[in-house]
Design a protein around this ligand. Structure first.
Ligand SMILES: O=C(O)C(=O)C[C@H](O)[C@H](O)CO
Ligand SMILES: [Mg+2]
Length: 403
C-alpha cells in the first residue's frame, strides 16, 4: 500500500498552456501526469480539482487499474476529451510513482523494450514547396528518417499546419479563434505537386507523411489518396472527419495510400470499428487524450490483432510528460509504427526537465525511474495561463469548414 495523501494541478504557460497533475504518496514519492487539452485547458483542470482529486485521497497509488476503473466506470458521464484527459493524467502519474518505487523506467514495467529506439517524424512546412523542401532537407541532415510535409496552398493566404518558424510550430496562437480561408479545390490541385517535388529532391530513402486535418469528404480523400500513390507516403492522416467512420470504407476501396487517424479519439470505442474492419493502417490515439498508458495499451493490443500499428500524436500541445509516457509505451509494444515529434521550446523544456533524448532519427525515454520527467514548480509559476485558441477555417464563400 502506498497511500495517496495529496494531489494538485499545476497550470503553466511557457509559450503555450500545459496542465499537469501531481500526486503525492505517504512516503513522499510523487508522480506527474499531463492533463493538457488544447484550448480547453481549464475545463480539465476544474474536472480534476473538483471531481477527481477528492476521490484519489486515501487510495493505494499502486492499484493503477483499480483506480482507472473506479474513475471510468464510476463517472457515469464517462468518455469524452475532458474526462479522458483527466483520467490519463491520473494514470500517467500512478505509472510514474510505480516506476520510482520500483527503481525502474516505466517501459520496463510494461514488459521491457521491443526495439532499440522509437522512430519519430519531424514537421517540415513552408509557404511554398521550395521552402517546405528546404526545411525537410534540414531534417534529413539532423538524422530524421521520417518527415511530415505541409505546404501553403497557392491562392490561399495562410494554411493550417504551416508555421512561420522553421522548427517551432505553435498553431494555438490567438486569444480568440483566428479565421482562416480554405479551398478544397485549390488544396487538391497543389498537394500532389508537393510530394512529386519531394521525391525528386529528397529521394526514396526517407518516409514522407501528410496531415489533411479532417478537411475532405470521403470521395475527395479517396481522390487525394490515389493522386499520392506514386509517391509512396508512409501515411495520409485524418483524411476525412473521423466521426463518420463509414467514410473510411469508401476511402479504403479507392486507394492503397496508408491511412492514419485517431488524434481526436478518446477511447477504444472510438477506434474499434476502424481497427476491426482494417479500414486504417495506423491508430494515432495518444496517451493524454485516450485515458493514459493503461487504456492506450488496450487499444494497441486490439490493433495488433488486425495489422494496425500505432502512430501516437505528439504535437506541442502534449507536454513533455505525455511525450515521455508515449515513448515508454512505444518502446514496449509489438505493433509500434512511428511517433510524432514536434519539439518543445527551450522554455518548455526548462519547466519540464526530462530524461528522453534524440539521436539518429529516434527518441529514447532514458533509464530514469518512472517516466523520467519532472516539473520545476517555481519556474512554472512564472508563466501564468493565457487563453489561446487554434484557428478555424471558412470556405471562400464564408461558410464554416471542417477541421
Ligand atoms: O500534430 C498533429 O498531427 C496535429 O494535427 C496537431 C493538432 O492540430 C493539434 O495537436 C491540435 O491541438
Ligand atoms: Mg494531425
Amino acid at each position: 500500500m502506498s497511500k495517496i495523501i495529496a494531489a494538485k494541478t499545476i497550470v503553466t504557460c511557457p509559450g503555450r498552456n500545459f496542465v499537469t497533475l501531481k500526486i503525492v504518496t505517504e512516503d513522499g514519492t510523487y508522480g506527474i501526469g499531463d492533463a493538457t487539452l488544447n484550448g480547453r485547458e481549464l475545463a480539465v483542470e476544474a474536472y480534476l480539482t473538483e471531481h477527481v482529486i477528492p476521490c484519489l485521497i486515501g487510495r493505494d497509488a499502486h492499484q493503477i487499474e483499480d483506480v482507472w476503473q473506479f474513475l471510468y466506470r464510476g463517472a457515469y458521464w464517462r468518455r469524452g476529451p475532458v474526462t479522458m484527459s483527466a483520467l490519463a493524467a491520473v494514470d500517467m502519474a500512478l505509472w510514474d510513482i510505480k516506476g520510482k518505487v520500483a527503481g525502474l523506467p516505466v517501459y520496463q514495467l510494461l514488459g521491457g523494450a521491443c526495439r532499440t529506439g522509437v522512430m519519430v517524424y519531424g514537421h517540415a512546412n513552408g509557404e511554398t514547396i521550395d521552402e517546405t523542401l528546404a526545411n525537410a532537407a534540414d531534417y534529413v541532415e539532423q538524422g530524421y528518417k521520417a518527415i511530415r510535409l505541409q505546404s501553403g496552398v497557392p491562392g490561399l493566404k495562410g494554411t493550417y499546419g504551416v508555421s512561420k518558424d522553421r522548427f517551432f510550430y505553435e498553431p494555438a496562437d490567438s486569444d480568440l479563434p483566428k479565421e482562416t480561408l480554405w479551398s478544397t479545390e485549390k488544396y487538391l490541385r497543389s498537394a500532389p505537386d508537393l510530394f512529386r517535388a519531394a521525391r525528386e529532391r529528397l529521394g526514396w530513402d526517407i518516409h514522407l507523411l501528410h496531415d489533411v486535418h479532417h478537411r475532405l469528404t470521403p470521395i475527395e480523400a479517396a481522390r487525394l489518396g490515389k493522386d499520392l500513390e506514386p509517391y509512396r507516403l508512409f501515411w495520409m492522416e485524418d483524411a476525412t472527419p473521423a466521426e463518420n467512420q463509414d467514410g473510411f470504407r469508401l476511402v479504403r476501396q479507392h486507394t492503397t495510400t496508408p491511412l492514419a487517424v485517431g488524434e481526436v479519439f478518446n477511447s477504444i470505442h472510438d477506434c474499434k470499428t476502424l481497427i476491426q474492419e482494417q479500414l486504417i493502417d495506423y491508430i494515432r490515439a495518444t496517451v493524454v487524450h485516450a485515458g493514459g498508458i493503461s487504456h492506450l495499451r488496450r487499444i494497441a493490443s486490439l490493433a495488433d490483432l488486425h495489422h494496425v500499428r500505432t502512430g501516437c500524436h505528439g504535437a506541442t500541445d502534449l507536454s513533455p510528460v505525455s511525450m515521455a509516457a508515449a515513448l515508454h509505451f512505444d518502446l514496449s509494444i509489438p505493433n509500434f509504427g512511428i511517433q510524432e515529434y514536434m519539439r518543445h521550446t527551450a522554455e518548455t523544456d526548462a519547466v519540464f526537465p526530462h530524461a528522453y533524448s534524440f539521436a539518429d532519427g529516434m527518441l529514447h525515454p532514458g533509464e530514469a525511474p518512472g517516466l523520467g520527467v519532472d516539473i520545476d514548480e517555481d519556474l512554472a509559476a512564472t508563466y501564468p495561463y493565457r487563453r489561446a485558441y487554434l484557428p478555424v477555417a471558412r470556405r471562400e464563400d464564408g461558410s464554416m469548414h471542417d477541421w
